[in-house]
Write a protein that binds this ligand. Structure first.
Ligand SMILES: *[C@@H]1O[C@H](CO)[C@@H](O)[C@H](O)[C@H]1NC(C)=O
Ligand SMILES: *[C@@H]1O[C@H](CO)[C@@H](O)[C@H](O)[C@H]1NC(C)=O
Length: 269
């Protein structure tokens, strides 16, 4: 575990520079605009690369994120609670959305592009159609933990993978409010870890995959620091197959801090 201290302190340096403990916050409220899509299908097929399975995330409440939230793909899978500021049309709880796509908004002040289920969820009863017609609204939003009840963090082995050479995998159902910043695999029982590099968003790969069965360890940002999440049991069996989804047997529940003021500690209901 000593390893985690050195690797993680490098990873989290930007956080430390940005904030003092006095402004430690896991729910910074951002004010912005959100525009609406008429269909969520394009979001599921979005640039994060989840594919069809994204339709099951957060009850289909999907969003495309502008550059600040998309973060060149690192923001894929992050969850946000977003509510519109029009008190007549919108409820106070808003919608909980998952980022599955990059917004093509060309820096026009729109941080989120919401699919229709999310727009409907933001609306007061009976107001969904009127809200949807607006096409874009002023919103406030904050990052919240992703919750996949009854599901563990899972990996989908991508089609181009070949046992004992290339392993490419995409993380699905990533809980908590953190970013995955490093991924290693090793044969079960071995401590000869092989690191994967991020291809894009939730997809990581190595061209030097050890022979299965494989265990996995992941570094996530948690608090101000990095933290190892260990999947010590067999995650990929010795005969792992491209196209299959495997349960890691662990779930991420950590919450990373941001620096901001004021900090919103209320639940939006
Ligand atoms: C920003 O651009 C998007 C996509 O082009 C569009 O849907 C949205 O209405 C625009 N928002 C504003 C506030 O102009
Ligand atoms: C999650 O992983 C645990 C083992 O760590 C396992 O017992 C459980 O069945 C898994 N949950 C699901 C929904 O697969």
């Amino acid at each position: 575990m000593a390893v985690s201290v050195s690797s993680s302190s490098i990873l989290v340096l930007p956080f430390l520079l940005l904030c003092s403990l006095a402004s430690a916050c896991d729910r910074c409220v951002h004010h912005s605009r959100a525009s609406f899509l008429t269909s969520s299908l394009t979001l599921a097929a979005g640039s994060c690369g989840y594919g069809k399975v994204a339709g099951s995330f957060s009850g289909g409440m999907l969003a495309a994120a502008g550059p600040d939230l998309y973060r060149k793909g690192v923001g894929c899978g992050a969850c946000f609670q977003v509510r519109c500021k029009d008190g007549e049309l919108c409820g106070t709880a808003g919608a909980r959305v998952v980022v599955t796509d990059r917004a093509r908004t060309k820096g026009n002040g729109t941080d989120l592009v919401l699919g229709s289920p999310a727009v409907a969820a933001m609306a007061r009863p009976g107001m969904a159609a009127r809200l949807a017609k607006l096409g874009a609204v002023d919103v406030e939003y904050k990052r919240v933990p992703c919750e996949y009840s009854g599901r563990n963090l899972s990996v989908r082995v991508e089609e181009r993978s070949r046992p004992t050479s290339e392993l490419a995998m995409t993380f699905l159902y990533q809980g908590g409010q953190t970013d995955i910043v490093a991924v290693d695999v090793a044969q079960v029982g071995s401590s000869n870890w092989r690191f994967l590099t991020r291809d894009h968003g939730p997809s990581w790969s190595t061209k030097l995959a050890p022979a299965g069965p494989l265990q996995m360890r992941i570094v996530v940002t948690g608090g101000y620091d990095g933290k190892w999440v260990w999947a010590e049991r067999e995650v990929l069996p010795s005969g792992w197959r491209a196209g299959e989804v495997y349960d890691t047997g662990v779930q991420i529940t950590d919450i990373a801090q941001e620096g901001c003021f004021p900090c919103d500690t209320q639940e939006w209901r």
